[in-house]
Design a protein around this ligand. Structure first.
Ligand code: FES
Length: 175
């Protein structure tokens, strides 16, 4: 006569159910750890996009029709670090008392450019791009006009939002 032996080892479909349960539990633990971690990693990158109005000095001494370089002194959040930065934007006061502010970065490959008061043009020393008073390309390899920055005037001061754009593209792409 044969005795029916019972063991403690799960068999067949019971074993595969347990395996599935363990995998599902591990997956849930993984997700519950990954979501806050992703938020923690991504938040500095999102913070970097936060735009602030930076004081670019009084309006009074901005000459009409002559681009003037003004320093924007600000704090930039780069990943987890806060670094002080100075950006020399170009401000052009118009006869209407409005102000156009240009990014100081050449749209070709990102060099700094200067205003040539004699020839009334912005000139980039790197590859010879030339822009007129309105920021339009009039010479050289620059693919688009100078980038304009958001500006407002408050209590007699010029306030600017500093942004950066991709160099070398025909379309303006904010980075
Ligand atoms: S970076 Fe200005 S012309 Fe090339």
């Amino acid at each position: 006569m044969m005795k029916n032996k019972r063991t403690n080892t799960p068999s067949g479909s019971r074993r595969s159910f347990l395996t599935w349960l363990i995998v599902a539990a591990a997956g849930l633990i993984g997700i519950s750890l990954a979501v806050p971690l992703a938020g923690y990693v991504a938040s500095p990158a999102l913070k970097r996009r936060e735009l602030r109005w930076v004081d670019a000095g009084p309006m009074d001494d901005l000459p009409v029709g002559e681009p003037t370089q003004r320093d924007l002194v600000m704090t930039i959040t780069d990943g987890y670090m806060e670094v002080a930065a100075v950006k020399g934007i170009w401000a052009l006061r118009l006869a209407t008392n409005e102000v156009t502010v240009y990014s100081p970065i050449c749209t070709h490959l990102g060099c700094g450019y200067r205003w040539d008061a004699g020839e009334k043009e912005f000139k980039c020393p790197c590859h010879g791009s030339v822009f007129d008073l309105n920021g339009k390309v009039v010479g050289g390899p620059a693919p688009r006009s100078l980038d304009r920055l958001p500006v407002k005037i408050e209590n007699g001061h010029l306030l600017v939002q500093y942004k950066e754009f991709k160099s070398g593209t025909k379309q303006q792409i904010e980075i």
